[in-house]
Design a protein around this ligand. Structure first.
Ligand SMILES: Nc1nc2c(ncn2[C@@H]2O[C@H](COP(=O)(O)OP(=O)(O)OP(=O)(O)O)[C@@H](O)[C@H]2O)c(=O)[nH]1
Length: 501
């Protein structure tokens, strides 16, 4: 038997057929991927949805929704770990083994914070609340009215490819004078905790109040949708205190499943409404992403995010501006780019912007789903049901996080980045890099941001006393290059902790 087995493998090798073991492994992985990415609603076939919800609620502590069980925890976790131990290595962070959602509640009035023991548990902690700003504009919704739409909380989904400017837009909104009480939900990789927050919290003593809610096992656009639903359910129970919810997706999210959660979920019906989907586009890099998408099916997320948008913010137009011979500033190609966006989605409103500075009236309370947009959204959702899951994501883009507790030398970090991004020492295409730095001889937390070859390192705020100072840097790049990054680390940074499981 053994000989025959060897012979078979020999013949397989000769004729170029993959070895049996690989085939079995491949089909296991494919099956596993299918289960992991199965939309929550589809779980009906294997699991009664009501029982599922009960399980979630029973296992959820009343004080918050930390450690919320997920399909992975309740049903599949043992199987996952024992059957395919190498899966976590294979799929690495791209399958979002660790994910988090952060809530922030802003501008909640003191008066509305009086004791309210009967009310349901908060998904958010609220303190240090600024006085609400009186509304001067039509942005304020009148929740007292009998209009059903007015009685619901609008959710704006903010999406856009890696580094396009989503957090910049969130910063603009939460610091804007619109008078709305806004909750923000961020979806991140677990290891990104602390990094995205640093990008959004503005300076010292920012007025933001926040609580982290960690959700494990899965990508919010693939498998942790139910956790999003639960988070929204908790938030809308506080709708006397929240006027609007912003949901920032990761740069690698497909908006279809999120839109379908908000559009179709019966539990949320009448409590929240999908107000609009805003897609931030990086004017400098989008053409490359769209071109590669057409050529090789890379960057499908960038394409899908535009297709689903009600509003496209064509951001970073400053990087598109050229100086012609006469010294005048021209925006060569910007109009063509706008046309290209409209060729993907003809009903989107497109606004050009620098640092996402646009009139907030164009973003909040759009109530985008009139007949035209509604038909568009429903058609897209229908299409997305039949699209293979593999077409949703570019699986070659990976996320790597490195940690370093010892303070780093800022000059060395700059040199290291310039080697990577400018000198292209290893011919490496880095899509995105962001992090927080513990800089030698400084009590300021520094943030590092890089989108392709453009980078900045700036002091953001003082380290909090209770905070553990550390360097945490996240990379989005092709898997192939991870080993090079590690080598560079060894050369340029004193030590590192590599969290690849
Ligand atoms: N030059 C220029 N830089 C911008 C503009 N908008 C944002 N940036 C910078 O682009 C970088 C990425 O911006 P973010 O708002 O963090 O992007 P993001 O989409 O939230 O990034 P991810 O969440 O990591 O995908 C930051 O360094 C910003 O300061 C702009 O209009 N012009």
């Amino acid at each position: 038997m053994l000989v025959i087995g060897h012979l078979k493998e020999h013949i397989r090798e000769k004729v170029g057929v993959a070895p049996t073991e690989d085939k079995i492994r491949e089909s296991c992985l494919r099956w596993f991927g299918h289960i992991k990415r199965q939309p929550f609603d589809d779980l009906n076939s294997t699991l009664n949805k009501t029982k599922w919800r009960k399980k979630i609620h029973a296992a959820t502590p009343r004080s918050g929704i930390k450690n919320t069980p997920t399909p992975g925890d309740v049903n599949y976790s043992k199987w996952q770990c024992s059957s395919i131990p190498y899966l976590s290595v294979d799929n690495f962070k791209r399958d979002n083994i660790y994910h988090s959602i952060i809530f922030k509640v802003l501008q909640v009035s003191e008066s509305s914070m009086e004791d309210d023991d009967e009310s349901p548990p908060l998904a958010v902690r609220i303190d240090e609340l600024p006085e609400p700003i009186q509304l001067e504009s039509s942005l304020c919704s009148d929740t007292s009215g009998g209009n059903k739409e007015e009685a619901t909380v609008g959710v704006t989904v903010i999406t856009g490819y890696l580094g396009a400017g989503k957090s910049t837009l969130i910063n603009n909104i939460i610091n804007g004078q619109h008078g709305k009480r806004i909750a923000v939900i961020l979806n991140e990789f677990g290891e990104e905790i602390g990094v995205e927050r640093a990008m959004i919290n503005e300076g010292d003593g920012g007025a933001l109040v926040e609580e982290w809610v960690e959700l494990a096992n899965g990508c919010v656009c693939c498998t942790v949708k139910h956790s999003l639903v639960q988070a929204l359910e908790q938030l809308v129970q506080r709708k006397d205190r929240i006027d609007h919810i912003l949901l920032e997706t990761t740069g690698l999210a497909d908006p279809a499943p999120l839109a379908s959660v908000l559009w179709l979920d019966d539990q949320l019906e009448s409590a929240v409404r999908l107000d609009s989907i805003i897609t931030v586009v990086d004017a400098k890099n989008i053409r490359l992403q769209l071109q590669e998408y057409r050529d090789s099916a890379s960057f499908p997320e960038a394409f899908l995010q535009i297709a689903f948008a009600d509003v496209v913010i064509l951001n970073k137009v400053d990087l598109f501006v050229l100086e012609n011979k006469g010294g005048d500033l021209i925006t060569d190609g910007l109009e063509d780019l706008q046309k290209e966006i409209l060729s993907i989605n003809s009903i989107a409103s497109v606004f050009q912007a620098v640092r996402c500075q646009i009139d907030l009236h164009e973003i909040l309370d759009r109530k985008a789903y009139g007949a035209n947009h509604l038909a568009h959204l429903e058609a897209l959702l229908e299409d997305s049901k039949t699209a293979p899951v593999s077409s949703r994501h570019d699986y070659s883009v990976r996320t790597l996080c490195i940690y370093e507790e010892l303070p780093v030398d800022l000059n060395k970090v700059r040199l290291w980045l310039e080697d990577l991004l400018w000198e292209k020492k290893f011919h490496m295409d880095m899509y995105r890099c962001k992090g927080v730095l513990n800089v030698h001889d400084s009590n300021q937390l520094h943030t590092l941001q890089a989108v392709r070859e453009i980078y900045e390192v700036v002091p953001a705020r003082q380290w909090h006393e209770t905070e553990q100072k550390m360097n945490k840097i996240i990379f989005n790049l092709e898997m192939y290059y991870l080993i090079i990054i590690i080598k560079i680390d060894i050369n340029k940074i004193k030590s590192y902790k590599f969290l690849n499981p």
